[in-house]
Structures are given as C-alpha cells and as structure tokens.
Write a protein that binds this ligand. Structure first.
Ligand code: ADP
Ligand SMILES: N[C@@H](CCOP(=O)(O)O)C(=O)O
Length: 318
C-alpha cells in the first residue's frame, strides 16, 4: 500500500559499498507492502529487495533473517539475506533496521490449481526438515497464548452466535493443546502465514516463499493447516477443494511423511488454523492500530472456514 520511508539512489551511493553488490543502479518503491517500506533494488550484480522495517526492531529481526539465511543455504527457495563485508545481514538505513535479500522471480498465484498446491506442499515439507537444526528459538507469537489473551478483547464486539463459537473453539483448542496427541506432534520453525500472497510462481514453477515475519517455533501440522486453509479452499464458501487438498498433502507427505499423532490431530488443527486468522482479523477490524491506513481483512471469512471445518470435517490425512 505504501512506502513509508523513501529511499533514493543518492541515499544508497555510500551505503551500498559495504555489500559485495557493486553500484546501485535503480531503486523503486513497492506499493503493495503493508508493514514495511520495500524496494526493488538493481545493482551491478543483479536484482534484490531492500526492506526498511517500520515496526520490527533490531532485537526482533535476527530470528527471521537468520532463519531465511539458514533455509536458503540448504536449498529451500526463500529470499537469501545479503551479508556485508563483516558478515552482517541486519543493517541500518535512515535510522531503521534494514535488509537486502535476493529477489524472487515471478508473481503470486492467486488462482491456484493442484499443480501449484503440490509444489507448495513439497517445498513446505522441505522447509520444515531444513529448519530442524536451526539453532535460534522463538515461539509462534500468534499461538495459543496470544489467542487466550485476545479472545476476551474481541468478545464484546461480536454478535452472540460468533461469541458462542469463539468461546467453544478456544476451549477445544486449550484441551487439544493439553492432550497426549498434541505433545507428540513434531515441531520446529514454521512460516505460520504461508498464504497465496506470500509465495511466488513463475508459471507452474515455484520460485520461493517470502514474508517470514510471523515465523516462530510451533507444530509443523499447524503450518500445513494454515497453508491448506488458504490454498485448498473455495474462497466463497471456505469449503475444502478435494483435488487441491490431495495434491498439497500428497506432495508434503512424499517428502516428510505425516506421523500417527498428526493424523489424529489433523481436524482439530485445521480448526486451530482458522481460529488463528479469525482472531487476528477480528482484532485488526475492531481495534485498528492508530493511524492504520489499511482496509482490514474480512474476519467473517475465517469464521466461515471454522464453521465449515467443524460441520464438514476434512478427509483423514494419509
Ligand atoms: N524477495 C522478494 N522477491 C520478490 N518480490 C518480493 C520479495 N519480497 C517482497 N516482494 C514483493 O513486495 C511485496 C510486499 O512484500 P511483503 O513482504 O508482503 O511486505 P509487507 O511486509 O510490507 O506487507 C510482495 O507482495 C512482493 O510483491
Ligand atoms: N495472512 C493474514 C494477514 C497477514 O498479512 P501478510 O500480507 O503479511 O501475509 C490474513 O490474511 O489475515
């Protein structure tokens, strides 16, 4: 939507010399960002994305940037942070934290077919496995603790039917999180927001996952459920699309087979993933941040998905 902090070629002339990228040739603001100031940057060495972080701090960013570097080094298709001569990947520009990452080719596939879902499923499984030995720890900051804190904040704003659903679902999720099955679920760093707008395709070829700024350590199954709830549904009804669902899960399973605990927890996890985004959308809708310039996402989309997952349980996992 905006570039909040402008950057010109003049601003980069000296700053860019710390990187092995040659001279900056062009810098162009990306209008679609909502959190940060993003720029397509052309240098003598190629195409990059420059980001000035408007909200995340110098303390918060190392987890995300190091995770991207760790994944890129292991062949997972994600933007690779560019290190300066001192090996640093987090920098400062105009007083804001800043990074340069490699530019992914292509564009987001907003009308995905089974072939796209299969590619996303396989890359997601590769990502989970590649992140297994990532040494940094950060919880999923939009996980159960945040849901617990946020439910009472949004409850006063929503209609009675929605209140009942929200109360019942948070109880379901608290019981699930305390269960034996839940504690057996494999975990590690996850993307946690792998929607269609956070993946690039060049035709049918997946070129990368990006926007890792909700990443954290949580169950792999939660990541799969978040992804399925966006990629494998009919957008109007929230209903699962059997062909896209099969394609995504089969290709994930072929790389990293689902465990028995994951099979047992699958349906509840699809509900958890719907609850997560219903809650954040309710929060942004009823309690917008000061000077928020954006039209908030529609919360009822995820309320519909949650009802759908409860009333028409998904097919069993492989
Ligand atoms: N590494 C990248 N390669 C190519 N395009 C990118 C890359 N990172 C961001 N973009 C582009 O910038 C846009 C905004 O990025 P995003 O991470 O969603 O910003 P914000 O965090 O500000 O919402 C994306 O929709 C995409 O078009
Ligand atoms: N995917 C979330 C919102 C997060 O925004 P993003 O553009 O950073 O992915 C939603 O749809 O509610």
């Amino acid at each position: 939507m905006a570039v909040f902090t402008p950057v010109s070629l003049d601003d980069l002339e000296t700053w860019i010399t710390q990187f092995p990228l040659g001279k900056a040739i062009a810098v162009r603001g990306i209008s679609s960002g909502i959190e940060n100031s993003n720029f397509f940057l052309t240098t003598e060495r190629g195409e990059y994305v420059l980001t000035l972080f408007e909200k995340l701090s110098f303390e918060q960013l190392p987890f995300y940037l190091n995770l991207m570097r760790h994944l890129a080094e292991r062949g997972v298709l994600v933007p690779a942070p560019v290190a300066n001569g001192r090996g640093e990947i987090l920098h400062s520009l105009h007083g804001k934290p800043a990074s340069i990452v490699t530019r992914l080719q292509g564009s987001s596939q907003m009308n995905p077919q089974p072939v796209h879902c299969a590619a996303v499923g396989a890359m997601l499984a590769r990502m989970h496995l590649a992140a297994e030995d990532f040494p940094m720890q950060q919880p999923n900051l939009r996980g159960l603790a945040w849901w617990h804190e946020t439910v009472p904040v949004v409850l006063p704003y929503i209609p009675d039917e929605a209140k009942a659903l929200l109360r019942a679902e948070i109880h379901t999720q608290e019981a699930f999180a305390a269960s034996h099955v839940y504690h057996q679920l494999p975990r590690g760093p996850i993307h946690a927001d792998l929607f269609r707008n956070n993946v690039m395709f060049d035709g049918e070829r997946l070129t990368g996952f990006f926007d890792f700024y909700f990443a954290g350590c949580d169950t792999w199954l939660f990541d799969v459920a978040v992804t399925v709830n966006d990629w494998c549904i009919d957008l109007d009804s929230g209903r699962l699309d059997p062909a896209r669902l099969r394609a995504m899960l089969a290709s994930y399973h072929a790389v990293r087979p689902f465990t028995e605990a994951e099979k047992a927890g699958w349906r509840t996890m699809l509900q958890a993933a719907a609850l997560r985004f219903w809650l954040s959308r309710l929060y942004d809708f009823y309690l917008p941040r000061e000077a928020e310039m954006l039209t908030p996402h529609d919360p009822t989309h995820f309320e519909r998905i949650l009802r759908e997952r409860i009333n028409h349980p998904a097919p069993a996992l492989f």
